[in-house]
Design a binder for this molecule. Structure first.
Ligand SMILES: C[S@@+](CC[C@H](N)C(=O)[O-])C[C@H]1O[C@@H](n2cnc3c(N)ncnc32)[C@H](O)[C@@H]1O
Length: 276
């Protein structure tokens, strides 16, 4: 059976996705998935050709629901607790003391996980912070997690995780902060609500500005899905969102020096962090 989305229209659709979200879809890798998605949405909307679906998406989607569904359909949300854990250790066991010592006593230390997917990354920060113990007793710390995909934000708020998700958490930490359920694990009540989760698009300047200023931004494993121009734009958005002296951390395969030159790179053990 032929799909409603022709190869030619795939280009229109991928150009739309790219313009709105920075996500670059390649025909070879993504055509089939996107074509199935368009068929399913067209059926749900009761339209029988691509043109009507695309018109609806661009011009009749006043509340942004159709756009949100599309985003939820095209994102790659792979993550797990303590992923690339050297970075949590570098930042949260070492640099956090320095930040704590330099910030005025009344100031909240703010950390952004952008993107946070289903919440494992920001909750891993919380686990490192509470396990470290001292700083959290002396300073208000706020962790915010954002993602363009509303379905992962809903899951993050539920804080229920599979065996696969929690496999890298040290056993003693797991038993202190999680409850074993018949299927997987649930974050304990004392840590539920410890992250402020929000749906936001890193290309939406208003949404990003409304999040306020941060001392640390983790942005791991998202820029790899963007092209150079989009990476640059997002890196500069993060620069503007950081307090002076604040830090950005990227995924292991991502290097700020290849994107923009406004940050100072610093090495802590084997981890590179970038300072404003
Ligand atoms: C592979 S996950 C990374 C999660 C986590 N940071 C990690 O390293 O494990 C990539 C996430 O980027 C999100 N994403 C993609 N484009 C985005 C955008 N324009 N704004 C916000 N989030 C975006 C996706 O929805 C997805 O959940």
């Amino acid at each position: 059976m032929a799909y409603l989305l022709s190869k030619e229209n795939f280009l229109k659709m991928s150009e739309f996705v790219y313009r709105k979200s920075g996500i670059y879809l390649e025909e070879e890798k993504h055509y089939e998935k996107l074509a199935k998605y368009v068929d399913a949405r067209a059926e749900a909307l009761g339209v029988d050709n691509f043109r009507k679906y695309f018109f609806n998406l661009r011009f009749e989607d006043k509340e942004g629901d159709e756009f949100q569904k599309l985003m939820n359909g095209v994102t790659v949300n792979e993550t797990y607790f303590y992923i690339e854990k050297d970075q949590f250790e570098a930042l949260l066991n070492k640099k956090i003391h320095e930040l704590h010592a330099t910030l005025p006593a009344s100031k909240t230390l703010r950390i952004l996980s952008s993107p946070c997917s289903t919440g494992e990354e920001p909750y891993s920060m919380i686990l490192h912070i509470v396990e470290e113990g001292k700083v959290v007793e002396e300073r208000d710390i706020e962790v915010v997690g954002i993602d363009i995909d509303s379905s992962v934000i809903e899951k993050a708020k539920r804080a229920k995780y599979s065996e696969r998700s929690i496999h890298a958490i040290p056993k003693d930490v797991l038993s202190r902060w999680f409850k074993k359920k018949s299927l997987g694990y649930e974050l304990g009540e004392e840590l539920q609500g410890s992250v402020d989760f929000q749906v936001a698009n890193v290309f939406d300047k208003t949404q990003m500005r409304n999040l306020g200023k941060f001392d640390v931004i983790f942005s791991r494993n998202m820029l790899i899905y963007f092209d150079d121009a989009s990476r640059k734009e997002v890196a500069m958005t993060f620069y503007d969102m950081l307090n002076p002296g604040g830090y950005v951390l990227l995924g292991h395969a991502e290097y700020m020096s290849r994107i923009v030159s406004v940050f100072k790179a610093k090495k802590i053990d084997n981890t590179l962090i970038y300072q404003k």
